[in-house]
Every structure is written in structure tokens, then in C-alpha cells.
Write a protein that binds this ligand. Structure first.
Ligand SMILES: *Cc1c(COP(=O)(O)O)cnc(C)c1O
Length: 406
């Protein structure tokens, strides 16, 4: 599928975990909507050049593709807002602390935005993050969080647990969690379960419906290649679609499309995840997704991509393991990782990312703040839609060269 993407010239691009490259068809999809705006103006909401019609219900044009990528039915997913906004909206509906049941279990060292979201929600409910947020981390000397430690923390919290909020793939260590086991443990103690799939969606196969989590959120600009700041996705399990007592922050775009423009005061949500939309669909932000999402099915679906991903990342793992002085902090068990490998590089190297880019390798490098020491963590992600084996080999050569320079 590589030929279907614009990739930075003369660079190996292993940074799709941060911003996916531009699908070549994205410009065309944007042009269609710009043209419709130009020639139809407001009538573009109802009329368009495609059988799908105008912009009204634009989100529905991506729901089938999204649903197969995350393992859900189309009504269980939608696209709206952005990841952290959707996380807050989901927490309004699914984090309902009451009496003893008010605690949250989450992974230690979660992405800062998720920490900000949950801590602000706890405070909003008058709770104390010091006591009501239980963070589960790796054991001393380990980088991965053991599933048994996660499920034990959930069972220990028991009927005090209101919510399990967990990431699909840890953004920093690259660990792919056993989401089925986490959902099962959370549901077994009567808690709600939500996943942040920012680094998992479009990277690894997911079966959200069958795992039985209550909600999930993700962004569209990492492995989904939807473009910088593309609208985010959300999943609400079918079991909640009819529950009218579920509180939510509502807006008119979540109202049933059939009579939205009757402009009544009464709110009647769309059945399913679309009922959590709030504002007018950002059509120009959504258009590139019409180019990017169908590529996953064209590639044979997530199972086929996973096969390719295991090959690429397995190769990267084998080659990196031979470089002295580095520590791969991502699990070596391929079932516990996606495309990304995170590598601890000792020593203070503020220019490493720039040096690598100059040498033809785009990756992500951050000063470490999790493991201690003066080093940093490189994240390398050969995304299966467009990365090649030759690139993986070349990338390790470039890295070896840059590290020798110090
Ligand atoms: C990338 C990422 C985000 C980004 O959130 P936005 O609201 O899209 O800015 C949030 N959480 C995780 C885990 C991420 O990896």
C-alpha cells in the first residue's frame, strides 16, 4: 500500500505512531468538499456528488470502515470532536461515582492528557485523586505491567471501583495490553470499563464489542492517517444504546437526524455512538478519512496488517537487540506489542532526533521521565501499511551510526 501515501522524501518514516503520513487520495476528497461548498454553499448539507449525498450524516460515511477496524458494529462507533474531548464526554456518561463505588484504576505513566482528564473529573466529582485514583505500574526492574497485577488491582478495589480506564497500547513503552482480560475483570466487579486506543487503533486487531468494554476513544491522526488534528473516534457498547437514564452532555448533532431541524427543545439522541456527537460535523476535517480509512480493508483488514506488522517489528527487534548499550523497553513477546518499539538510549543527547532526521530517519525521541537516569527513549514504529523490511534494516544502520557519534 506504500505507493498510496505521500512520504517525506529521502527519509525513512517510522513516526506514524505520532502522525500518520498523507494518503494520496486525501487531497481529492478535500477538493470534492471544497467544490461542493463553492458551488452549493448551504445546499451542500443536503446535496452532493456522491450517492451518500450532502454533508448531513457525513460521519456515517466512515462508520463502516471504522467499525471493522475496531471490531464493533457500525452503530457502536462514530467520529466527532477529538480524543480528550470525547474522553470527557464518555466520563460524563460512564464515570458515575456513588457512595463507596468511586475509585478509578488506570495504568501508571498514562499519556498526560488522559491523566489531566481523569484527575479533573475526579475533582469535578469532589473526589481526591490521591486516594481515589489507583495507578498500576510495572514491578521494580520491569518495564511492562503484568496482566495479573492489573486484574488483581481491579479485584482488590472490588465494589469500591467505579471505572477502569486503560490504554490499548501504552504510548511510551509500546506494551499492548490484554484488553479482554482487563474488560472481564472490570465488569466482574461491577465497574465500567473504558479504553484509550490512541496507539492501538489501526495498529493491532481489536474486538471491542466482544471484549465488552463500555466505551472507547481514539484519535485519527496516528495509525489511521487522518491528518493533523483529525476528528477523534468513539465507541459505546450496544448494551447502552437504549438506556435513556444514562446522563450525557448533549448537543444538537447528537439529536436524531430525522427531526433535528425541527428545532425542538426536547433532546432525542441518535441510537448508538452518534448520539454523543455534539456540534456540527467538521466536514473538511473529516474528508481525508474518506481516503485513509478504506485502505485498511483494501490491505485485507487488520488481521492481514497484523501479519505484516509482526514481520516488520520482529525484524526491527532482532536488529536492535544486536546494538550494544540500548535497552528495548517494549515487551519482547510479540503478542504484547504493536508496531512500535521503544528503546532506552543512555546519556544526554538533546540533538539525537535532529541528527537522525538529518541522516534520513524520522523517529520520535523524548528525554526519559519514567525510568530515571539521564537518557531518553526513542520510539520507532514501522507501520504495516507503508513501511518496508529494507527501511527497517536501513533505519537500524542509521541509528547505529548516530549513536557512535555520541
Ligand atoms: C495521542 C494521544 C492523545 C491525544 O489526545 P488529543 O485529544 O487528540 O490531543 C491522548 N491520549 C493518548 C493515550 C494519546 O496517545
Amino acid at each position: 500500500m506504500r505507493h498510496l501515501f505521500h512520504l517525506p522524501k529521502n527519509k525513512i518514516y517510522l513516526c506514524g505512531n505520532s502522525l500518520g503520513p498523507q494518503p494520496k487520495a486525501a487531497a481529492e476528497q478535500l477538493a470534492v468538499e471544497l467544490e461542493s461548498w463553492k458551488v452549493r454553499a448551504v445546499e451542500g448539507w443536503w446535496n452532493g456528488d456522491t450517492p451518500a449525498g450532502g454533508w448531513l450524516g457525513f460521519h456515517k460515511r466512515v462508520e463502516n470502515d471504522l467499525a471493522s477496524i475496531v471490531g464493533a458494529s457500525a452503530p457502536e462507533v462514530t467520529i466527532a470532536n477529538a480524543l480528550t474531548v470525547n474522553l470527557h464526554l464518555m466520563l460524563v456518561s460512564f464515570f458515575r461515582p456513588q457512595g463507596r463505588r468511586r475509585k478509578v484504576v488506570m495504568e501508571a505513566g498514562a499519556f498526560p492528557s488522559d491523566q489531566h482528564a481523569i484527575i479533573s473529573q475526579l475533582k469535578f466529582h469532589g473526589l481526591d485523586p490521591e486516594t481515589d485514583l489507583i495507578e498500576v505500574g510495572p514491578r521494580t526492574g520491569e518495564f511492562a505491567i503484568r496482566t495479573e497485577d492489573i486484574t488483581a488491582a481491579i479485584h482488590d478495589a472490588g465494589d469500591e471501583l467505579a471505572l477502569v480506564l486503560w490504554s490499548g497500547i501504552h504510548y511510551y513503552t509500546g506494551q499492548f495490553f490484554d484488553l479482554g482480560a482487563i474488560a472481564e475483570a472490570g465488569k466482574s466487579v461491577g465497574a465500567q470499563v473504558g479504553f484509550d486506543l490512541a496507539h492501538a487503533v489501526g495498529n493491532v486487531p481489536l474486538t471491542l464489542h466482544d471484549w465488552g468494554c463500555d466505551f472507547a476513544v481514539w484519535c485519527s491522526y496516528k495509525y489511521l492517517n487522518g491528518g493533523p488534528g483529525a476528528p477523534g473516534g468513539l465507541f459505546v457498547h450496544e448494551r447502552h444504546h437504549e438506556s435513556e437514564d444514562l446522563p450525557r452532555f448533549a448537543g444538537w448533532w447528537g439529536h436524531r437526524e430525522s427531526d433535528r431541524f425541527m428545532m425542538r427543545r426536547e433532546f432525542r439522541p441518535e441510537i448508538g455512538a452518534s448520539g454523543w456527537q455534539i456540534s456540527t460535523a467538521p466536514v473538511l476535517g473529516l474528508a481525508p478519512l474518506l481516503a485513509s480509512l478504506p485502505l485498511f480493508a483494501e490491505a485485507g483488514g487488520m488481521a492481514a496488517l497484523r501479519t505484516r506488522s509482526l514481520l516488520l517489528t520482529g525484524k526491527l527487534h532482532a536488529l536492535l537487540s544486536k546494538l550494544p548499550g540500548l535497552t528495548i523497553i517494549t515487551p519482547s513477546d510479540e503478542n504484547q506489542r504493536g508496531a512500535q518499539l521503544s528503546v532506552y538510549v543512555p546519556g544526554h543527547r538533546p540533538k539525537l532526533e535532529h541528527q537522525l532526521s538529518e541522516a534520513g530517519l524520522i523517529v520520535d525521541y523524548r528525554q526519559d521521565n519514567l525510568l530515571g537516569g539521564d537518557g531518553g527513549v526513542l520510539r520507532l514504529a514501522p507501520a504495516p501499511l507503508y513501511a518496508t523490511e529494507e527501511e527497517v534494516e536501513k533505519a537500524v544502520e542509521i541509528l547505529a551510526g548516530a549513536l557512535e557519534l555520541g
